[in-house]
Design a protein around this ligand. Sequence first.
Ligand code: PLP
Length: 429
Amino acid sequence: MTFPSTRGGPAAKNLSEALLAGLAPDGGLYVPATLPRFTPADFDGIDTLPAITHRLLAPLFEGDALAGDLGPICAEALDIPAPLVALTPPSTWLLELFHGPTAAFKDFGARFLAACMRRVHTGTKPLTIVVATSGDTGAAVGAAFHRVPGLRVVILYPDGRVSPRQAHQLGCFGDNVQALRVAGSFDDCQRLAKQALADRDLQAVVPLSSANSISLGRLLPQMAYYAASSLSHWRAHGRALGFVVPTGNLGNAMAAILARDSGLPIGRIVLATNANRVLPDFFAGAPYTPAASVATLANAMDVGAPSNVERLRWFHPDDDALRAAFTARAVDDDTIRTTLAAAPARYGTVLCPHTACAAHVLEGLRAEGDDGDWAIVSTAHPAKFERIVEPLVGHAVEAPPALAELLERPSHAEPIAADAGALRAVLER
Ligand SMILES: *Cc1c(COP(=O)(O)O)cnc(C)c1O
């Protein structure tokens, strides 16, 4: 399997090459040349998350040096529960993706990427992974790569725009994981990371790679929990399950779309954004117009220029067909607050602000008469956003044990300007 770039430049010869490079040399994103086509029966007798993922991704690893290791990679990286939990309203489930080490869905992709990278990277110089984060990616990548030999991680995050617990997590790893707090927005962080990755002179001195949701090594394993949950729903009920996905950079939703395009029994896929409404406006008919991001309560979705749009349009080149196939709706902060406050009584559980966006969008679909089977995708544990959630629900939200353990460690982040030269100086150190 080869992996073309969305911008038409040279394709990666195999998945390992695409993983190591992160971004394609022409600035585009790598995509699989073709997607496998499965039917639910192809997964008969296979029911664990690692085993389903192995079956699903095997065609993409064909001919790659990592192919023989795919089983162990899935077993090592995807040993995180992803339960589909029935909620109080009928035909409504919560896909809980917050049972990993940093209590957000990004643990799945980050751990898979780390498991691949440590097998692929054979150079003598350490490989530096540059990662821009709006909050949760950096922690997941830090946790996944911490103390992995031959690999170093530099995390860029927008100073003052992540929750206190997120900031603490980002700075708590140390050793081969360094946190930089950037005087700027998430989009500035993402731009700096892209500039560094595209800088050939810098790369000659400091080999770089990415771990952002632009990396195929994160995107592909995220198909796992859509495959596993839709199959279990199909087996139990004989119906396709729809998903409402909290969306920022479109990495998580893109994985749902790829899983459906690969033949998994997935119904509608609806995107829920916060007040950053570039995607809802595009799906409602406006030209695709990236904008500066605005800060919201669902901060991990504060993205004004969602990178994966380029991938989405590569797979679905006709914008009108795209608009017919998907729905995206924006949720403002006041609505996030009322949804969070109502969640314990309405759903029987406490939600995080990102998940609340998806819950609200589903409430809108229900109000329009949709009585299908839906899963709200829960992207993070509410305890990560305790300062927002606790006052609204009126009680403390206990941190899961892994998160509590990280929060007890000391934490340090270095301030830098939102400037390519400043980042280069740190990378060359
Ligand atoms: C990253 C993140 C999102 C957005 O996911 P994308 O893949 O960027 O669309 C949503 N919720 C949480 C909690 C996140 O950490």
